[in-house]
Design a protein around this ligand. Sequence first.
Ligand SMILES: [Zn+2]
Ligand SMILES: [Zn+2]
Length: 362
Amino acid sequence: MTHYMTGLVVRSEGTPAELVELRLPEIGPGQVRVKIRAAGVCHSDLSMINGTLRPPHPLVLGHEAAGEVVEVGEHVTRASVGDHVVLNWQPACRSCWFCEHDQPWLCSTSHGIAALENGLTLDGAPVHVTLGVGAFAEQVVVPANAVIRVPPQLDFDLAALLGCAVLTGTGAIRNTARVAPGESVLVIGLGGVGLSAVAAARAAGAGQVIAVDVNESKKGLAEAAGATDFVVSSENLSREIRSRTGKRGADHAIECVGRASTIRAAWRATRTGGQVTVVGMGAADDMVQLSALEIFSSARILRASVYGQADTDIEVPALAGDVLGGKLPLDFLITDRIRLADVPAAFDHMSRGEGARSVVVL
Ligand SMILES: [Zn+2]
Ligand SMILES: [Zn+2]
């Protein structure tokens, strides 16, 4: 049976996103069809349209989502009709070198920024989907390993955020930095990922969680996330952080912006022997300068955290449990509930650095 649905599509580079009718493919073996119930507006979606990334077109935007399984193809055992699921934009194949060496977040079958894998069409022509998902649409057809079951008690809007911002931010704290009780943590950049990192650092028992943003208006959100200190970013950031951490600098810095200047600031604000975790995805030509002597004598660790350095199949359900059990309160993260047609306005909000997460509710 042929299904039609509405999706938010960019027809060609530089044109505005518009709501159009798309034809869903019939599902094949190993695939599932999901009715999207909530989808977050993530910075990577903005990067698809503002020139930071150069995806193929036409393109359905959206990748941070949750919904309800409405159809399953042959041989699908990990989901059934009626299940509530989080969409996973980097499902692990479980058979490549990285998957077999317990690093599924680096799976080599990753499809990159856009995929053309499911037969979705617009006026008879094939359509690409952002990060293999294309969640700003009423429905998606995805491989079964791209859905993760979560308890039906979890609201769809919060569930959606678990699939990208929350997993990325909490994973940086728990899996990459491995923040220990009593440690001091600096978080730079308070979007959905940074605020999740603040909440996770607090939940991990960090003694001091210093939240930094260029936008003064983020103070209330930082405090709601559990920050002990809020600092507006400036040229003197490292001096300011040292003055708040016994003149040493923070034990950890979590960089959630993805710019050479903020990576450098994170490095300088961290103590001798401290750890800098880069979560933000930056540009290929934005060079970070570190001298050979300071790399040696500072004894710091500098590393990246990709998709929370997490096994999503294990950690998304665990995060759902933490949210439902009150161990990781995240209600503050959703600052706007919007319709599909409002996504372009939400991108404008995001460009101005306002709010935390806007979530499309379908
Ligand atoms: Zn995202
Ligand atoms: Zn793999």
